[in-house]
Design a protein around this ligand. Structure first.
Ligand SMILES: *[C@@H]1O[C@H](CO)[C@@H](O)[C@H](O)[C@H]1NC(C)=O
Length: 394
């Protein structure tokens, strides 16, 4: 089934992708009790307004305080984040905080100057709710009229400056994950009905079903057959700030998955994740080239073979360069994949370039390039074309 394995040549990869999309399309529209979506509230569907000049995005955005840029030892001081609560109360933040939807988030970060980073959707859609101001000794971030979609990581980076040249001190960043619990939306809304995620062999894969409430109970589900996926903390783990992580993807993880969050009487499904397993090779291919003969007589046929021994179900794509190419000599290739005996799960991929009735223009270097998802390697062979021996007199 096309959801599980994507292999074949590049052309077939594209075809498989199309098939997968067709399947996804069907799944998406056959599904009766489809997850509840509010695309209009989605992070990506907000109308993007013309952005104010990006260069003044930070620090001096509000135009009140100009950052003082000096080379000072104080710039090295450890930054710290404080949440400004109502009536001028301050609270040092821990790893996470919760701010009721609709309320204002106000963070203070010690440092002169500091830079802020916010969830990327807020950075992209500047709708005037986010302000950052730099004061003499600290920066302030204010986010008004908050919504569940604002849930995410907020970080402050102290800047190290020499004269007017400033850089972020990444190792001194202070981060806080802010939840904006939304009584109607347990998941951070997404504009997309489904998300396609590649599962690469042995690469951790994240299903970012982000909840707006830290207290929501989140489970992982497979659509067909409809079962809850076991989350054992080793093979698959859950983190309320990140979502589910599949640590070492295998083909059986592929398919259509979604998350379910429950809190109180509310139970909601996330956007759908279409997991496509891709057999990711360990290394680029190592092709071997061999011509049927190093010296061919005009009029005879030539075969040049290019062979790659590799891991099973890893697609290898072949391309050829040959002497007759310039003048548009029409050569053709035959490609094949065959399993190799033994328990090592290996396969041989081969492309054979066929030259019928060799002419003098076919003399020269034949180069085969083999490519997989990790890289490409070329190998060459030279072929000499010799004139026909004089026909014997009858
Ligand atoms: C915040 O919401 C109030 C009330 O709906 C509105 O008047 C105000 O313009 C909003 N502020 C911003 C910056 O969007």
């Amino acid at each position: 089934m096309p959801l599980v394995n994507v292999f074949g040549s590049k052309g077939r990869l594209v075809l498989s992708a199309l098939l997968v999309c067709a399947v996804i399309f069907e799944l998406a529209y056959c599904q009766k009790d489809a997850p509840k979506q509010r695309p209009t509230a989605g992070r990506k569907t907000k109308p993007s307004k013309p952005k104010p000049e990006k260069s003044t995005n930070e620090g001096s955005k509000a135009g009140t305080a100009k950052p003082k840029i000096k080379s000072t030892a104080a710039a090295h001081a450890q930054a710290s984040l404080t949440q400004v609560l109502n009536r001028g109360k301050f609270k040092k933040v821990g790893e996470t905080i919760s701010v009721q939807t609709g309320d204002t988030l106000e963070l203070r970060c010690r440092g002169k100057p500091v830079k802020w980073s916010v969830p990327s959707y807020l950075e992209e859609d500047d709708d005037g709710r986010l302000r950052t101001v730099q004061h003499e000794r600290y920066g302030v971030l204010t986010l008004v009229n908050s919504t569940g979609a604002d849930t995410g990581e907020y970080a402050c980076y102290p800047m190290y400056c020499e004269d007017t040249d400033c850089r972020k001190e990444y190792d001194k960043a202070v981060k806080v994950f802010v939840f904006f619990p939304d009584p109607q939306e347990l998941f951070v809304p997404s504009a997309d009905y489904y998300e396609v995620i590649q599962l690469r062999t042995n690469w951790p894969t994240v299903l970012p079903c982000q909840v707006t409430s830290p207290g929501a109970k989140v489970t992982l589900h497979r659509e067909f057959p409809p079962v809850e996926v076991a989350v054992d903390g080793t093979e698959i783990s859950f983190n309320v700030k990140k979502g589910f992580t599949i640590h070492r993807p295998r083909p059986h993880h592929a398919g259509a998955l979604y998350c379910v969050a429950s809190l109180g009487n509310l139970r909601q499904s996330s956007t759908k994740y279409m997991l496509i397993y891709v057999n990711y090779p360990m290394a680029p291919p190592a092709p071997v080239i061999q011509a049927s003969s190093g010296s061919v007589v005009v009029g005879e046929n030539l075969r040049v073979g290019c062979t790659v021994m590799g891991e099973q179900d890893v697609a290898v794509e072949f391309t050829w360069e040959y002497p007759g190419q310039q003048i548009g000599r029409p050569l053709y290739t035959q490609e094949s994949v065959s399993p190799v005996g033994g328990g090592a799960a290996r396969q041989q991929s081969q492309s054979v370039l066929l030259v019928d009735e060799v002419r003098s223009v076919d003399q020269g270097t034949y180069t085969c390039t083999a490519q997989n998802l990790q890289g490409a390697k070329s190998v060459s062979a030279t072929v000499k074309v010799v004139p026909k021996a004089k026909p014997k007199k009858p």
